[in-house]
Design a protein around this ligand. Structure first.
Ligand code: G6P
Length: 374
């Protein structure tokens, strides 16, 4: 086992740090750089015969559990933007509980690292019965979800051993960004946007390498937070998912209560929790929601909130003019790819919190890597 971990102490740590490579593998052979005789684009072999059907569907439904659900949530805005098709989100268990309506005109996309999660698999059976086109996005070739869907994409992130999913999350987002580009490929109006994101994808592993340099800073932050009872994470837009996923990591491995909150909902309850003791991470990297996040920070600040703000490099003074918050500066990338960068400091924080609190990193109590029972 130690050989497989290489120089790392834990699989989760190794898997966090290998993300530049896992993302490179995820994209290998799938991005077309463009040149004199071909346009920039994306090639997803497993989907090529189905893109037209997806484009024409009445809605796309993303279905998953845990981290896989969060990855789909991160990809949702970009798929909606490029496809023009409404994208709805379903936690597999909730879809089954409600027996929610699914139609033949729907495309149901099943996101699962293992490809074996019972709830997701049952939701797949349900969607097949209802006649939807079923697409699988998994990390496991030959898994039940890969076998039983009509078509799909393997994320090729490599074997993930830590129960808390890290590298699979970022690879899932990248695959769904590529899916959005492939689906939107017929629209001339969004060509320059697609090309900018493709350039961003080519450069993403370098940017991930850069953000991983925050490791020591996150360890220091973990030292500061290790005895806390609770941590809130505020995000919105592309990074609502980052808030949910960051909080999930802290909860599942560091065994600390943590909640991801949609910043737009702050006034409708969460604001009551704010005081000078409760630590709050606010994700405020530069995108179309930036000014709204600035105002959220002001409001939290006015209530003496204990703020840790994640912002784009060089923007510390824009997010925290008073200089009184702790700031995490991350490299800026295309807005729809920013969740890939922003989750990494939070993965590192959850990892270091777990080690400092003395809990099992790779096998958190009561949890399993793959939940194959309902
Ligand atoms: C379990 C794991 C999580 C994972 C979830 C969904 O709860 O502990 O890390 O996100 O299942 O798993 P899947 O394999 O379907 O992505």
């Amino acid at each position: 086992e130690q050989i497989k971990k290489g120089s790392y102490e834990h699989f989760m740590q190794k898997e966090i740090h290998e993300q530049p490579e896992s993302l490179t593998t995820t994209m290998r052979g799938r991005l077309i750089r463009g040149g004199s005789c071909n346009a920039k684009g994306v090639l997803l072999g497993g989907l090529k015969d189905h893109l037209k059907t997806i484009r024409r569907s009445r809605r796309v439904i993303f279905i998953g559990c845990g981290t896989s659900y969060n990855a789909a949530l991160a990809a949702r805005p970009f798929l909606e933007e490029l496809s023009g098709v409404p994208v709805s989100m379903e936690l597999a268990s909730d879809l089954l509980d409600r027996q929610g309506p699914i139609y033949r005109e729907d495309t149901a996309v099943f996101v699962s690292q293992s490809g074996e999660t019972a709830d997701t698999l049952l939701a797949l059976e349900y969607a097949l019965k209802n006649g939807a086109l079923c697409v699988g996005i998994t990390n496991t070739v030959g898994s039940a979800i890969a076998r039983n869907t009509h078509c799909g994409v393997h994320i090729n992130a490599g074997c993930e051993i830590g129960v808390a999913s890290t590298k699979a999350y970022t690879s899932q987002i990248v695959v769904m960004a590529m899916l959005a580009i492939a689906v939107g490929d017929d629209a001339i109006s969004s060509q320059s946007r697609r090309e900018a994101v493709i350039d961003g994808l080519f450069d993403l592993p370098n940017k991930v390498r850069e953000v991983l340099k925050l490791d020591d800073e996150m360890k220091d932050l973990a030292k500061l937070l290790m005895d806390e009872q609770s941590l809130l994470v505020f995000g919105r837009g592309y990074n609502y998912a980052t808030a949910l996923e960051g909080a999930l990591k802290v909860k599942e491995v560091a065994l600390m209560h943590s909640e991801g909150i949609l910043a737009g909902e702050m006034k409708h309850g969460p604001l009551a929790l704010v005081d000078e003791t409760l630590p709050i991470v606010v994700i405020a990297t530069h995108d179309n929601c930036f000014s709204k996040q600035q105002s959220v920070i002001q409001q939290l600040h006015a209530r003496k909130g204990r703020l840790i703000v994640m912002c784009s490099k060089g923007e510390a003074s824009l997010v925290c003019p008073s200089g009184s918050c702790r700031v995490i500066e991350v490299p800026q990338v295309e807005d729809c790819l920013q969740p890939v960068i922003n989750i990494i400091p939070l993965q590192l924080l959850a990892y270091h919190l777990t080690v400092l609190r003395g809990y099992d990193v790779d096998q958190p109590r009561n949890l399993a890597k793959s939940v194959t029972t309902q």
